[in-house]
Ligand binder design. Structure first.
Ligand SMILES: [Fe+2]
Length: 200
């Protein structure tokens, strides 16, 4: 059915392990590929959540935290210009640039039902869990006069149950992603509220 299935499970070249893009280059790519400011903000928010999760929950070193951040920053980079080929284009671009395969696999597996690639490691699983939830939490912040100020976990849980609210956010994906990690929905919501509000 889907035209976006990637049709493979191996991404990048193992000999490129540790080959990270600079944050500056990642932002340049983003600015060139993603004219839509709202979409760029979404990627920056997911990146901030990913980086913070790596540091706070995974005790990641600087290099590993950068990997998590880069995956977040680039995961939807091709969404605006290549909607029918979303994921394939950025994956191939990062392969062409000889980027670390972990980052490429993480991006390729951020929507298993759409791209047909299963999340394997914690970085893969967390981007899957954070992506949609981050979008819903941001949508809710835009409705509140105080934005993120005083936002409560229980309000987000309520919005999740309202199918009409931020209807494009897949509740199924969120539930599936949470079922794959040793983290509660409440913990992840609290974490995202805390970190993504700092992103401008
Ligand atoms: Fe996304």
């Amino acid at each position: 059915m889907s035209t976006r299935l990637l049709g493979r499970n191996n991404f990048g070249d193992p000999k490129n392990a540790g080959n990270l893009m600079s944050l500056e280059d990642a932002h340049t790519l983003l600015n060139e590929w993603v004219p839509n400011e709202k979409l760029r903000l979404h990627m920056k928010q997911v990146a901030a959540n990913m980086k913070a999760w790596a540091i706070e929950k995974e005790n990641a070193d600087e290099q590993t935290a950068l990997k998590w951040e880069l995956a977040g920053l680039l995961h939807d980079a091709d969404w605006e210009k290549y909607p029918d080929d979303h994921c394939r284009v950025i994956v191939e671009e990062l392969e062409r640039r000889n980027i670390d395969p972990d980052i490429i696999h993480c991006i390729a597996s951020h929507g298993p039902a759409v791209f047909g690639v299963e999340p394997v490691n914690n970085m893969d699983k967390m981007i899957y869990a954070i992506d949609e939830l981050s979008g819903l939490i941001h949508a809710y912040s835009l409705l509140r006069p105080g934005g993120y100020e005083g936002m409560e976990v229980k309000s987000i849980k309520k919005r999740l149950k309202e199918k009409a609210f931020a209807a494009q956010v897949s509740r199924e994906d969120i539930a599936d992603a949470i079922s794959r990690i040793d983290v509660t929905l409440e913990e992840l919501i609290e974490f995202i509220i805390r970190y993504q509000q700092t992103v401008k």
